[in-house]
Design a binder for this molecule. Structure first.
Ligand code: ADP
Length: 398
């Protein structure tokens, strides 16, 4: 079956058409600046030339119309007609406590997604716009919702509750949800396959280190803890997000800088993390690494801070899991930066890990980067959220 995977943001839309039989990508691309002047769409059929077109996309419906016209284009398209697309899988950021796994989308599901929009005001409404646009243009094609939070719903109460008055959990469902769940689920399942072990026999720590970064502890194939919380702001130091901090800082900055809470929250989300720590050198690890190697103090501060936070979480999760068998690195930084991986692994040798320096030079491929005699194995496992979404979609609509 051919499955269209849609990841819809407020002004962008990523898409992939996946053949679920071969699990290969048939075509993929990106629509940017939807609803903003200067729209741009890209389209890359497998084995063909990548195309880019500047075109205004006043709304997501227009964007999906364009995606469909590229996919079905007589010359460069990859399907003869829309009827070849058997299902659509949508990435939905927040499923609240309601969704513990992927579901077929119907009116009730859409209502439930809307109900938790309070928890992800930037993402869920945009995700729903994508769903509605696809429904309008592809009537009768089954749609599936795959939630970023679902994999983490197995966390026990001790891990997901904040130590706040309990009534806030009861009234408002304020708790830790965790994100990047599709990636943590994919990588933790994949490493079991790679090692030829049952998920039930493994204690795994997954480090998803991208622009957004999170880490999870997985036992028996189930997540028992993860670093992001009510929102994706908590946990690791990220590209532009602060991660963990003392909540009192918010009021303190408000007073000192004469800012509103919303303005400070914006700073915590968009101007902090390695960007903030590096005093503006950048949020991209390639720039930071270059700065680090050239002796830039900001680059050094940012990378050392980032690494330290990851190391602290690995230590905490090794304790939470009561031991660890394998640590996986994934996402942009985790898959590509041997520099950052080395700095992390060098600081966790108490776990009995020795880095295989040759293997660690590789980028973006499945590879073991610990020596065979290491007590805990360390792997790079490239994530594939789109494939995971396509798999869930097919499993539900078949
Ligand atoms: P997201 O999906 O959260 O936007 P990604 O997982 O795509 O992020 O990761 C993006 C980040 O990966 C970039 O900000 C960049 O810092 C990092 N990255 C990509 N390639 C490299 C590389 N070769 N070396 C170091 N960092 C890299």
């Amino acid at each position: 079956m051919k499955v269209l995977v849609i990841n819809c943001g407020s002004s962008s839309l990523k898409y992939q058409l996946i053949d679920s039989d071969t699990e290969g990508v048939i075509a993929k691309g990106l629509c940017e600046r939807i609803g903003i002047d200067g729209g741009i769409i890209s389209y890359a059929p497998e084995g063909g030339e990548k195309e880019e077109q500047q075109i205004e996309m006043p709304d997501h419906k227009k964007a999906i119309e364009l995606v469909i016209s590229y996919l079905t284009n007589e010359k460069t398209g990859v399907v003869k007609s829309l009827s070849e697309i058997g299902a659509v899988g949508h990435r939905i950021v927040h499923g609240g406590e309601k969704f513990t796994q992927s579901v077929i989308i119907n009116d009730e599901v859409k209502k439930a997604i809307e109900e938790v929009s309070d928890l992800a005001p930037l993402h869920n409404p945009a995700n729903l716009i994508g769903v509605n646009a696809c429904e309008a243009l592809m009537p009768g094609v089954p749609m599936v919702a795959v939630f970023d939070t679902a994999f983490h719903q197995t966390m026990p109460e001790e891990a997901y509750l904040y130590a706040l008055p309990y009534e806030y959990y009861e009234k408002y469902r304020i708790r830790r949800y965790g994100f990047h769940g599709t990636s943590h689920a994919y990588v933790s399942a994949r490493i079991a396959e790679i090692l030829g072990k049952k998920k039930e026999d493994l204690k795994t720590i997954v480090c998803h280190l991208g622009n957004g970064a999170s880490i999870s502890a997985v036992r028996n194939g189930k997540c028992i803890d993860t670093s992001m919380g009510l929102t994706p702001l908590e946990g690791l130091i990220m590209g532009t997000r602060s991660g963990d901090l003392d909540a009192s800082i918010v009021e303190y900055i408000c007073k000192k800088e004469n800012l509103s809470v919303a303005e400070v929250e914006n700073i915590l989300n968009k101007k902090s993390g390695v960007l903030g720590l590096s005093a503006g050198l950048g949020s991209d690890f390639r720039d930071l690494e270059k700065g680090y190697n050239e002796g830039n103090a900001g680059g050094k501060r940012a990378i050392e801070g980032f690494v330290y936070r990851v190391v602290k979480y690995i230590g905490a999760y090794a304790a939470a899991l009561d031991g660890v068998d394998v640590i996986c690195f994934t996402a942009g930084v985790g898959e590509n930066s041997g520099f950052v991986r080395q700095k992390i692994v060098d600081r966790i040798d108490f776990l009995g890990i020795t880095l295989d320096e040759e293997a660690n030079k590789k980028r973006g491929e499945e590879i073991r980067i610990s020596t065979p005699d290491s007590r805990v194995q360390v792997y790079v496992v490239p994530t594939n959220e789109e494939l995971a979404i396509a798999r869930d979609t097919v499993a539900l609509v078949k």
